[in-house]
Design a protein around this ligand. Structure first.
Ligand code: ZN
Length: 294
């Protein structure tokens, strides 16, 4: 089954929703970064919310960057997305030790930590990017984004994220949803939503039992009529190119480049997001040095 993202609203327009199934792209991320289970869960949750928040961007050129750093053993997790909801990301320590909560669930909060911040950067092509930041709430990621939407974007929201990691280490189910309640929502709708959310199965259960993004929303919005306004296929996509890596090398400056040329005579740069390796020999580095001198 393909990874799918949907976006829509209740019939009266008072409730907006986003939902996605991301099993394939989270499994791909796990393989690229050789994530151990807790790291796969943390990165997977960030990739799912990244794909949904990406679709909120207006223009094709806009770029969304999400970063959570709670000073825990996982280190920071960074995810980049766009309005096609194609995502990429990395976790500082993919080999973070696996710990479980008393419930038997992977302890993502303990891996992320409880002391840092969640940062949302939207590059909308303006002079300055939009930056929203909140202190970490639980490190479980869904709770942190719920608070982010309430505090930084003044939108009461409910966020659900889930990743199921098998004992063998592979990701067998992943997905999530965002529900946003507009000020015009009537009391009955809000009460119904709260009731549904209180009794909702975990996302990983729903995806694992074969529910589509639309069917998950059907459970969250049980008793409320809704319309799906957009449905699209999403994936793990990195847009690194050699010329972008060249720019990074040039930006190191003359002195640094001279050091590399004299000491190593070559350079190997790998992309943080996809681990693609780019090689530069002495002649190529010398050409970049000329560029840096300009
Ligand atoms: Zn890449």
């Amino acid at each position: 089954m393909k990874d799918i993202l949907i976006r829509g609203a209740s019939e009266d327009g008072a409730v907006r929703f986003f939902a996605c199934t991301t099993t394939n792209l989270v499994e791909e991320a796990r393989k690229i970064h050789d994530c151990y289970p807790v790291a796969a869960a943390a990165l997977g949750r960030m990739l799912s919310i990244g794909s949904m928040m990406g679709t909120m961007l207006k223009s094709d050129q806009d770029i969304l960057t999400l970063q959570i750093n709670g000073k825990g053993p996982a280190g920071s997790v960074v995810v980049v997305s766009d309005n096609s909801s194609n995502v990429r990301g990395y976790i500082h320590n993919p080999h973070v030790e696996t710990t479980f909560k008393p419930s038997g669930k992977l302890d993502v909060g303990a891996a992320i930590g409880y002391e840092g911040s969640l940062t949302v950067i939207k590059d909308l092509g303006l002079k300055e990017p939009y930056v929203g930041q909140i202190p970490i709430v639980s490190g479980e990621i869904a709770d942190d984004f719920t608070v982010y939407f309430a505090n930084s974007e003044q939108t009461p929201s409910s966020v659900g994220l889930g990743v199921l990691v098998e004992p063998e280490g592979n990701v067998s189910a992943a997905g999530g949803f965002i529900i946003q309640v507009m000020p015009e929502a009537i009391e009955d709708t809000v009460a119904l939503l709260e009731h549904n959310l209180a009794y909702l199965r975990p996302i990983s259960d729903m995806v694992s039992s074969g529910l589509t993004a639309e069917e998950m929303i059907g459970e969250v919005l049980k008793g409320i009529s809704f319309n799906v306004l957009e449905k699209k296929e999403i994936g793990y996509v990195c847009n690194c190119h050699r010329d972008r890596i060249e720019k990074v090398l040039i930006s190191l400056g003359e002195a640094e480049l001279v050091d590399i040329i004299e000491e190593d005579e070559k350079a190997e740069i790998s992309c943080h997001f996809c681990n693609n390796k780019f090689h530069f020999n002495k002649e190529e580095l010398t050409a970049l040095l000329k560029e840096a001198k300009k």
